[in-house]
Design a protein around this ligand. Structure first.
Ligand code: NAP
Length: 457
């Protein structure tokens, strides 16, 4: 029998998910020696995952990475199967009949919970919902956020919290020429939000956002950043963390925050407060969120291992709109092992394991492999590691039974799945860009799957 990965027996790989990790895995496979066919599946008709549905509309430079993904998609051995949900339109055991290896790169689609009373009151949301809503993601286009409220509170101090708060803090003029969804721009134009509170459970040296993000808050057109100087006080362990020469981001973040604490507010329409050492313990309200109870924390532990410990000192503050932004979680896929505690697919170097034993032919990359950490580029070495595992397993992989590449198209056709190919996506892309032109936007996204399919009919 021929060896997998040759002209006679190309390695057939299915990649589930078309975000950065899926694309970097495709790139690594195409750069390797073996002959490889890649079919990339996505439940949406549109590719690029969080680059399209997660990256903030006012960060267009970050989105320009899609040019690289577009180039990878142009490889003759690459096919895109958009609008196909694995586990519904086709099961993983069925996919295994058609592919020698399946690589899951489907990200982390849900959020961690806080587990506090009142978390499910009307007016309490996840960052994911808001991000999906302003980015025109079909799952979130119909969400409602009560922007007639004056006080918004966001829990968590990572980059997602920065995105959410920045969009709330910006004027419509600062957002108008971005690819923000039209429904979000219209709603934000009516926003009555006056105060935005960014709340962290630890201190100003333990923030997770990156320096560019916090500096952006200092140059908003109509919003003053406000930090109480007392919040900038450090315990000995935090001072040691700050003094560590390798802790560059923390030093830059601290300097930006300190600058805010020394500023005299310019009397702008909105105020952006940053708070430290506070944890949410309860949301209160009759039918919807009216009040948030915060407990003051102290930090305990060695430098770089400090944890927030509640002091029992609690205070309530008014809150009309509440977001938690405390990390994403992966969602299980039918017939694929899942670590429910960590919200990831268990693996060793990208090889999926079940009770510590490798599952032949199944691989994983990106957030669903390592958890929701790092920036887009972090996924490149992560995907390369998984591809290296696939390539070193080549001699052991069992060739799939259904090798004719058209069989998968036929199967999906019999199930009435309207597969969106990469050239279909290019048609959708062109229509979105055209629709944006009249409004001076880089694109006006279609926000429903039907609208996207209508372009193709
Ligand atoms: P993150 O960076 O892990 O931040 C999560 C935040 O939530 C931390 O401040 C964390 O505090 C806090 N937190 C967690 N559990 C909490 C709890 N129970 N109570 C209170 N606070 C809690 O996650 P993220 O913001 O979702 O971002 C995910 C990844 O995407 C990150 O790597 C981020 O850099 C990346 N991203 C990048 C960009 C960009 O480059 N512009 C934009 C968006 C996202 P502790 O530190 O105390 O745990």
């Amino acid at each position: 029998m021929s060896q997998l990965g040759t002209e006679f027996l190309p390695l057939r790989v299915a990649i589930v998910g078309s975000g950065p990790s899926g694309y970097y895995a495709s790139e690594a496979l195409f750069k390797a020696d073996p002959v490889v066919d890649v079919d990339m599946f996505d439940r949406l008709p549109t590719p690029f995952g969080l680059v399209r549905g997660g990256v903030a509309p006012d960060h267009p430079k970050i989105k320009s990475v899609t040019r690289i993904y577009d180039r990878i998609s142009g490889n003759d051995r690459f096919r895109f199967f958009g609008n196909v949900t694995i586990g519904i339109d086709i099961t993983v055991p069925e996919l295994r009949d058609h592919y020698d290896a399946i690589l899951f790169a489907c990200g982390a689609e849900t959020d961690n919970r806080l587990g506090i009373p009142g978390e499910d009151l009307v007016g309490s949301h996840t960052a994911t919902e808001f991000v999906g809503w302003y980015n025109g993601h079909p799952d979130y286009r119909d969400r409602q956020f009560d922007l007639s409220q004056e006080v918004a509170v966001i829990i968590g101090q990572g980059n997602v919290a920065m995105d959410v708060t920045r969009i709330l803090a910006k004027t419509v003029d600062e957002l108008r020429e971005t690819d923000i969804a039209a429904h979000a721009l219209d709603a934000l134009a009516e926003s009555k939000i006056k105060e935005i509170h960014l709340v962290g459970r630890r201190g100003p040296v333990q923030t997770k956002f990156t320096p560019t993000e916090i500096r952006e808050i200092g140059v908003l057109a109509d919003c003053d950043p406000i930090v109480d100087p007392a919040e900038m006080m450090l315990n000995a362990a935090s001072q040691a963390e700050l003094d560590d020469a390798s802790n560059k981001n923390a030093q830059k973040n601290y300097a930006a925050l300190k600058g805010f604490s020394e500023r005299t507010p310019a009397g702008k329409s909105r105020k952006y407060f940053v708070h430290f050492l506070r944890s949410p313990v309860e949301l209160r309200g009759d039918n919807c969120v009216e009040e948030l109870v915060l407990e003051t924390n102290e930090l305990g532990g060695e430098p770089f291992q400090q944890q927030a410990v509640g002091t029992g000192d609690r205070n309530a503050m008014p809150c009309g709109l509440f977001f938690r932004s405390v990390g994403y979680r992966g969602v299980p896929i039918p017939d694929v092992p899942f670590n429910d505690r960590r919200g990831v697919i268990p693996n060793e170097d990208g090889r999926i394991v079940d009770h510590d034993l490798p599952v032949p032919g199944l691989y994983v990359a990106g957030w669903i492999k390592r958890g929701p950490s790092g920036v887009i580029g972090t996924n490149k070495p992560d995907s390369q590691e998984t591809v290296a595992s696939i390539l070193s397993d080549l001699p052991k992989l069992t060739p799939c039974a259904k090798r004719d590449t058209t069989l998968i198209d036929d199967l999906l056709k019999t199930r009435n799945v309207r597969v969106v190919s990469y050239s279909d996506w290019r048609a959708i892309d062109a229509a979105e860009i055209k629709n944006g032109e009249t409004r001076g936007k880089p694109r006006e996204k279609f926000t429903s799957i039907q609208e996207m399919l209508d372009v193709l009919s």
